[in-house]
Design a protein around this ligand. Structure first.
Ligand code: NAP
Length: 327
């Protein structure tokens, strides 16, 4: 089959189209003929050598796909060859065929094209776990989402609004991206490049601290974010692009009962991912089917042009998802 792999670590030019054997499947897996594959920031982190595939997982990048099941292991429940699915996978999406755990296959919401379906799993699993599990976002609370027009950010805005009636404040770099975040339901969008962004977030929240923050930056953002939380607030860290070390005021953390929670999807157990998939089908898939929620596809590239897709990611041009057309 055709696949794209990283030949070494570095900038997007290390991505190469190659021939690889079609993957075998285990008892709990299905083989999917991939129609479209999502491109996610963690793929770029893997390309840089900073996010290796977990043990036993293929080195082919790609964490979500949409396509048709062409073969099933012995223990895949109700899935059958011919079913059309989107799936969260631990790796291997940049290829014509991918093995997917049956537990993390989801039906394609009615009316969605394959490229739109491929844009869903990684961002929906991520946004759901960060907001609902790690962030424990409750009804009527407020949330700050750093990078509101990332795929994860747009999913989180819509889930927070539709499922918790939350007040949603986001950050984004350009006026165009801030307008897009507001069009997707953010109550306010702030430019994170100005030094007083925390003051602006507080102002946008009626002068109050926020209850939950989702952040993939870490580093020097962490003390500023802790100061911005309301009493009992939760800072959910899902990345550390600005640095892995932060200084925190422990006394303030104790006094105001703040929590810092790290959260990751890829290395979770299959049982945990199965439970998340069930929550998504029950709570989020109806919103997608009704068109109340959508994840926009910013650009698509043929599989062989994965390098161009990654250059676009490096330039941070996308608002929403970049997708590879595989067929
Ligand atoms: N822990 C997990 O399980 C997990 C899973 C998936 C993704 N992630 C992380 O979640 C984030 C979103 O993923 P994605 O694939 O949807 O990403 P993406 O589309 O590549 O978006 C990255 C976002 O980061 C924003 N950003 C860059 N510098 C920033 C700064 N200094 N302050 C605030 N925002 C900044 C960008 O905003 P502008 O475009 O406005 O500059 C952009 O919206 C990524 O950082 C990724 O590493 C974590």
């Amino acid at each position: 089959m055709r696949a794209v792999v990283c030949e070494g670590f570095g900038d997007p030019s290390v991505l190469r189209a190659v021939e690889r054997p079609v993957p075998g499947i285990g008892a709990g897996e299905v083989l999917v003929r991939v129609a479209a594959a999502g491109v996610n920031r963690p793929d770029a982190t893997q390309r840089l050598g900073l996010y290796p595939p977990p043990p036993g997982v293929t080195d082919i990048p790609g964490l979500d796909i949409a396509g048709e099941i062409v073969a099933c292991g012995a223990e895949v429940g109700a899935w059958r060859a011919g079913d059309v699915v989107c799936a969260l996978i631990p790796g291997g999406g940049y290829a014509e065929y991918a093995a997917a755990p049956a537990a993390t296959c989801l039906p394609v919401p009615a009316g969605l094209e394959m490229r739109s379906a491929a844009a869903l799993p990684e961002v929906c699993f991520t946004a759901w776990t960060k907001l609902m599990e790690a962030g424990r976002l409750w009804f009527g609370e407020s949330v700050l989402i750093q990078g509101g027009t990332s795929g994860v950010g747009l999913a989180a805005i819509q889930m927070a609004r539709a499922l918790r009636g939350a007040r949603v404040i986001v950050t984004a770099s350009t006026a165009e991206k801030r307008a897009q975040a507001e069009a997707f339901g953010a109550d306010a969008a702030i430019d994170y490049r100005v030094d007083d962004w925390p003051d602006q977030v507080r102002k946008a929240n009626a002068g109050l601290g926020v209850d939950v923050i989702l952040d993939a930056q870490g580093g020097d953002y962490v003390p500023r974010e802790l100061a911005l939380l309301s009493e009992g607030g939760r800072l959910v860290l899902l990345g550390a692009h600005r640095g892995v070390e932060s200084t925190i005021n422990v006394r303030d953390l104790i006094r105001r009962r703040l929590s810092i929670v790290g959260s990751v999807i890829r290395s979770r157990t299959l049982a945990e991912k199965r439970a998340i998939a069930k929550s998504l089908v029950e709570n989020v898939w109806p919103l997608l089917a009704k068109g109340v929620m959508r994840i926009p596809v910013h650009a698509t590239f043929p599989l062989e042009r994965a390098e161009d897709a990654h250059w676009m990611l490096e330039r941070n041009e996308q608002a929403g998802k970049i997708v590879l057309d595989v067929r």
